[in-house]
Design a protein around this ligand. Sequence first.
Ligand code: OAD
Length: 265
Amino acid sequence: MTANGGTLRQVRGAIRRAQGVMILTGAGVSADSGISTFRDFGGLWDRYRPEELATPQAFQRDPKVVWEWYDSRRRTVLSCRPNRGHKAIAQFLLSREDVTLATQNVDGLHQRAFEEATDSLVMAPTPLDRDFDRTLELHGSILRTRCSVCEMSQQEYESIDTSDVDALPHCLDCGAMMRPDVVWFGESLDGSVLELALEAARVAEVCIVVGTSAVVQPAASIPLATQESGGIMIEVNPEHTPLTSLSQWSLQGSSTEVLPQILGL
Ligand code: OAD
């Protein structure tokens, strides 16, 4: 359904009335910031082979190649800015206590949108004093590194020296090689993060699914938890996905256009 004014009003009303809102985002929410999606035409998995770059085996085989690819993605991400979709989500989270955001994205743009939104609140009198960073990063963050052996992790915003294997980052605690703190193919998600997302989805009356092809598990099952507990799904995506026919409303458009209209305060 291409959203017209009446539909948008209905969707806005359903979101406003809902007790508990879950938002699940994917790569499409960052597309208008200039970050490639994975499965669209020309997307990352169209141009690169995941098994050569995004598996523990690939990292063991050739950490320099893997780090070169991740460092180039890190530089892209750091040069991009949160878009109107990220900002609408950040404002929405700030405005209500009963909203949870789970993202499959590793680009940190949701957090940056929160930081910008909270900075602008500093000047305004506000009763809100809670922790605003309620983003569940299902697939980790490209802006963190973690030890491949001892699980030490840290934020890392500097560019990685990939000139030589010995120059790659090493753990300050145990000396082993550091790796991007992201979930690779064949690895499991952090169980506690996934459980928090599933629980928030179960208690939410509305789950908004934005910019994901909804083919990667277990993330793609999170909206089903809302539906199985009697809630509804609202999808925002220019294309059809396996969740489209299960959604009460499927708003076909870009998240930068649609999200400010349905989440706008
Ligand atoms: P995909 O690349 O699979 O899907 C991107 C989705 O975004 C598609 O459904 C597009 O139609 C939609 N899209 C494109 N532009 C959009 C826009 N401007 N507004 C809204 N939607 C738009 O990306 P994900 O579903 O996020 O995992 O991929 C899931 C996981 O697969 C990723 O987290 C990554 C990848 O392998 C790991 O790396 C573990």
